[in-house]
Structure formats: C-alpha cells, structure tokens
Design a protein around this ligand. Structure first.
Ligand code: ADP
Ligand code: MG
Ligand code: ZN
Length: 479
C-alpha cells in the first residue's frame, strides 16, 4: 500500500450547542450537568397540544456565527421537521432546517505549512438537540434524560475541502476559537458542546471524481478525531488496494480499540421526510437586523493577533498562540491591565501556563485563576518581593487553589529576602562552607560564582534576591 498515491478528502459537519440561557422552543434553562429531567417542560417533553415558539436569541447567535465565518445570511428562512424515531427524541421528529438554512457559502481560513487556505462552508443552520440515553448501571435498561432536548444547536457543514487530519484539527481549532470569540458557544468538547461528524474518502492522486465516503459520528475530542481519520484512511486504502470497494456507511470510532465499526449502511439510509414545520412561522430578517449584528461583532482572532503585533510587539508565533483562544488572550489583556508588563505576562502564558495546560490536558477555559491574579503575580516579581523561581511556585498554587498571590506568599513565607544584612549572612556562610569554589573563582573559573549563588538560593529555599546575591558574592570574592 502506498499512502502517497492517494489523496485524502474530508468534510465536516460540526454541531455546536449555543449558550443561550433558554432552550430553542421553550423557556427551560440550558445549563449542563443538572439532575436528569429537571430542566424540562411540556414543550420539550413533547406533550400533545403544546406549541413551540422560536427563541429569537438562537437566530441572533446563528447569524453572528454566519457573519463571523463569511457566510451570506438568508433573509428568508424556515424550520423543517426531520422525522425519525429514537428514544431520546420525544416528538419523533427533530426541528431543523432543510432547504433554507440561515447561513450559506462562507469560509474559514486555516494555515498549513505557513500557507493560508480557505475551507468553504456550505451552510450553517439551526436545530434542536435531542435528549440523552443513560445506560442504567443496575438494571438492563436505559433511562432517558430530556434536559438536553431542545437545547439550541448550530450545524456548520463544510465542503469536502480538508486534505489531512492536521488540516481538520486546524479547522476545528479555528472554528472553536471563532465561536468562543463571538460568545455564542462555550465549545466545551468534554461536555459535548462541540462535536463533529467526520466524512472521509480517498482517491488516487489525479482522479477528478470523489471517492465513496464513510461518516464517523459525534466525535468530541481533537485526539480521537485525528486518530480516527488516520485509521479510517488506512483502512480505506487497504480495501481499495486489495481490489475491494468502499461502502458508504456510518461508522462508530472506538477509542479503546482504536478502530472503526460499522453502525449502519446505505441500505437503511433514512428518508427523513422533511417538511416545513406548520407550528412555526417563517424566519424573515431585515437588512437592518443583519447589519446591526454585523456591527456588533467583536474583534476576531485574526485582527486581535494583528493588534497584538502592533501594540505589544510580540512575536508572530506568540501572538498567534495567545489569540488562538479567547480565554488565553482575555487572560493576557486583563493581567496586562493590572501590571503593565505585557512581555512578562506573555512569557508566563506562553511558557509555564501553556505547559501546565498541556500536562494536565486542560483547556484554557478551565484555567481557575483570573487576569487580576496573574497580573499581581507579575507585579510581585517586578517589585522584587519574590524571585521568579518562587513565582513558579505561586503559579502552581494559583492552579490548585486560586487566591490573591500576596496572600499566598505571606501564608507560605515566600517573601524574597532583600535585606542586606540577611543576604550578607548567607553569603558569608556559603563562602565559609565552600573554600574550593573561592579558589576556583580566583583561579579564573567564573562558573564558580554561579555555583555559589545556587548554593545560597538552596540555603534560603529560593527566597534570596538573586541580583543582590550576585553582587555581594562578587564584592566578597574580589576583596
Ligand atoms: P449528509 O451527511 O447529510 O448526507 P452531505 O451529503 O451534504 O450530507 O455531506 C455531508 C458532509 O460530507 C459534508 O461536510 C461534505 O463536505 C462531506 N462529503 C461529501 N462528499 C464527500 C466525499 N466524497 N468525501 C469526503 N467528504 C465528503
Ligand atoms: Mg452527515
Ligand atoms: Zn422545556
């Protein structure tokens, strides 16, 4: 099998839960994690005789998403019923949009190997989420939780423009970042507020016709999406190389075995019998309404990055990383407001904070402290109250139990020793204990100074002011 002989084609259908306070057709709250069936009413439980009323915020949020992704907004749109049976869908139809989506023909720009590439969006439409089946751990059955039924979603459908799992990851990260910036979704993948159906096919390089695709449903972590694509591409190439043919089917990715399994094939492809929902009126938007939303759009990642390059003179790479997440860049800006030291705040975020996020597999939104606290940490270092090595310990405290950095260092006794007398005492003690280093230094080995400072830092548990130590050692050694 020669993977290089094949071209990989991927198109994504991304579902994102909107962070409106209430559901799409009733006034139940949308908060995640409540006790099962406590956020329900006759409408979202589909009691006979109830009528849906479209939540206007849902339209506004979807239009915002459309404008932020360069879509054309339809002034005339409508809701349709998509009919199918499943126990988590109490009406036996989902209210969605069929032939007149709210937004069409957009694009999202990604960057691969330093080159910009536009991924075209076919459409963005609004729809309702279904409930959730919880598989009962005691009996054999499943229990239905309808808290999620009627939570508003947008579905963002891309053209088959993606060519690798790296491009898919880039695209998803960009989309996530845009949705976070415009504050229409919290995009918490671990809670399912951002999930993707991944359509994959392969074709021989040079072929014009697209190959048959398979679809992997409801993926909600970058890592499994990338792994699943890699696996599926290899599988499809193997089948073709062995003279077989790809069946158009829906697959389930299993993270544990690292394989895809067939869920249903084309034969039982459903006919959803879409038709306009007679209980809802058409959605008509004025030019003015769309214009107002357009004018109210916040700064998006790309322009924020450009501003950072101008205002803070950060490197391209740093500015890109900071602005890739709204939460990170808000943290940066809020901290900088407090301490007025953008370079240092940037360094903390790019190095230590990013490393901790990576190691703990945390998303920026989960950072437990705020810009105010980070800014105060930077001030304490700038003032010389603590050394930067103590600063790192304070940062860990901020992650574990966020509180005022000043309080932390008082409580832990971490205040830097900057008292001349105290520093001198340590310096003399270390010199007394290390005659060899004195000889080395006098013999021209400058490194001995570093060793002595290190010993003094150890002695003071990192609390001595390093500049003062350096100066005083030099004074003593040169006597
Ligand atoms: P549905 O899944 O509802 O039948 P579509 O036919 O519109 O919807 O396609 C859904 C997704 O599949 C889109 O994101 C599209 O880009 C992608 N897609 C379509 N054909 C292919 C293909 N041959 N290879 C990979 N992706 C494809
Ligand atoms: Mg599909
Ligand atoms: Zn309800």
């Amino acid at each position: 099998m020669l993977r290089e002989d094949y071209e990989v084609i991927i198109g994504l259908e991304v579902h994102s839960e909107l962070s409106t306070k209430t559901k799409i057709f009733c006034s139940c709250p949308t908060q995640f994690g409540a006790e099962p069936n406590t956020q329900t009413c006759p409408i979202c439980m589909a009691m006979p005789g109830t009528l849906p009323v479209l939540n206007e915020k849902v339209v506004e949020y979807a239009v915002r998403a459309g404008l932020a992704t360069n879509c054309k907004i339809s002034r005339n749109s409508k809701n349709d019923r998509k009919n199918y049976f499943y126990p988590d869908l109490p009406k036996s139809y989902q209210i969605s949009q069929f032939d007149k989506p709210l937004c069409e023909n957009g694009y999202v720009e990604i960057e691969t190997n330093g080159k910009k590439k536009k991924i075209r969006l076919t459409r963005i439409h609004i729809e309702e989420d279904a409930g959730k089946l919880n598989h009962d751990e005691f009996g054999g059955g499943s229990l239905v939780d309808l808290n999620r039924a009627g939570v508003p979603l947008i579905e963002i459908v891309s053209e088959p423009d993606l060519r690798s799992s790296e491009e898919v990851e880039q695209y998803l990260r960009k989309l996530k970042s845009i949705l976070e910036y415009i504050e229409v979704s919290d995009c918490k993948m671990q809670e399912g507020s951002l999930r993707a159906d991944v359509n994959v096919s392969v074709r021989k390089k040079g072929d014009q016709k697209l190959g048959t695709r398979t679809e992997m449903k409801n993926m909600n972590s970058f890592r499994s999406i990338v792994r699943a694509i890699e696996y599926e591409v290899d599988r499809q190439i193997n089948v073709l190389e062995e003279g077989g043919k790809i069946e158009q089917e829906t697959l389930r990715w299993d993270d544990v075995s690292g394989k895809t399994f067939s869920m249903r094939d084309k034969e039982d492809a459903q006919d959803y019998r879409y038709f306009p929902d007679p209980d809802l009126v058409a959605i008509k938007l004025s030019e003015e309404y769309i214009g107002d939303i357009k004018n109210s759009l916040p700064e998006l990642p790309e322009s924020r990055k450009e501003r950072y390059l101008r205002e803070y003179e950060l490197s391209e790479k740093d500015a890109k990383l900071l602005t890739s997440s709204k939460y990170l860049s808000d943290l940066f800006e809020n901290a900088t407001k407090i301490c007025n030291n953008p370079k240092s705040v940037n360094n903390w975020i790019i190095s230590d904070i990013s490393r901790i996020l990576n190691e703990t597999e945390m998303e920026p939104i989960q950072i437990p402290f705020d810009g105010n606290q980070l800014g105060k940490l930077v001030i304490l270092i700038d003032k010389g109250t603590i050394s930067s090595s103590i600063g790192k310990k304070v940062l860990i405290e901020l992650f574990e139990n966020p509180r005022d950095p000043e309080e932390i260092i008082k409580e832990k006794g971490w205040i830097q020793i900057s008292d001349e007398g105290a520093i001198k005492e340590v310096v003399l003690k270390i010199l007394y204990e290390n005659p060899q280093s004195i000889a080395d230094y006098k013999g021209g080995k400058d490194k001995a100074l570093g060793f002595l400072v290190g010993q003094a830092m150890k002695e003071t548990k990192g609390k001595a002011n390093p500049q003062m130590l350096n100066k005083m050692f030099l004074e003593e050694l040169n006597k």
